[in-house]
Design a protein around this ligand. Structure first.
Ligand code: ZN
Length: 259
């Protein structure tokens, strides 16, 4: 099957890739022993704001191990006309060597801050020092100075990471890449399109899963591969041009590494 997918990618005019929540390292972090232990200590309301920082710090620790999962995909797409839509918040896709202009991450991530009150569309850089300080504070058993919360320079409300878990998510963070994606999609009409969906479940079906089905339904020259270890089913209407592959998406990605 994997050879078949590789052949189809090579023969296609355009390739649309959807990366789902199953591949997000953040899901792995919540299961991590160290994260759980520390998170259990952050149980008071006044410390709750530090929890996402802790996630970010553990993400930094495990990201080296995990960036490799996209290497095969990068190799195979390199010379092609592609676009990748990702639900992941771990930012790893952008470190994979794929063209930044061909990626959109509508769920945001842990790279920038926004105002909790959304007083403006401004995004602020995340300071490395702050992440280290919070990690140190909890790992030292709170023996060092208590980190101070960050505030919006415009209105004085708190700052939080610009992602879908924000109380009031500032979508401006991804809209530019999203409109690039929409424009790219317009160009797929009547083109031989290969659609690859990896680990996309039902958490946000309106972003990738359902629209991809629709694209395949309307484009008679499209062919789709849906890779998921449980939700690989294909709706009746597109069954002749779509294939459900029951595989763990990470393992499938590793096998794409054909070099
Ligand atoms: Zn503000």
């Amino acid at each position: 099957m994997i050879e078949d997918v590789i052949r189809k990618i090579e023969a296609a005019d355009m390739i649309l890739v959807g990366i789902g929540e199953e591949l997000d390292s953040l899901c792995h972090i919540e299961k991590e022993e160290q994260y759980r232990k520390t998170a259990a200590k952050i149980n008071s309301e006044e410390s709750a704001w530090m929890l996402p920082f802790l996630k970010k710090s553990i993400l930094q620790r495990i990201e080296k191990k995990r960036t490799g999962i996209y290497e095969g995909l990068q190799t195979i797409l390199k010379q092609k006309n592609y676009f990748v839509v990702s639900l992941c918040q771990d930012g790893l896709l952008r470190q994979s060597g794929l063209d930044q202009e061909r990626i959109t991450e509508p769920c945001g991530g842990y790279d920038r801050f926004q105002c909790t009150k959304k007083c403006s569309a401004e995004l602020y850089p995340v300071e490395e020092r702050m992440i280290e300080q919070i990690r140190g504070f909890w790992e030292s058993g709170q023996l060092i100075d208590r980190p101070k919360e960050l505030f919006c320079p415009k209105c004085g409300s708190g700052l939080e990471f610009n992602n879908i878990d924000a109380a009031d998510y500032l979508e401006e963070g991804y809209l530019e890449s999203w409109s690039r994606y929409k424009k790219w999609l317009q160009g797929t009409v009547n083109k031989k399109l290969c659609v690859i969906e990896l680990g996309v479940g039902m958490k946000y079906p309106t972003v990738i899963r359902w629209p991809f089905e629709k694209i395949v339904y309307f484009n008679q020259r499209a062919e789709m591969f849906r890779i998921h270890d449980r939700l690989y089913q294909i709706p009746e209407e597109i069954r002749d041009r779509a294939h459900g592959i029951c595989r763990i998406p990470e393992e499938f990605l590793m096998e794409l590494d054909v070099k």
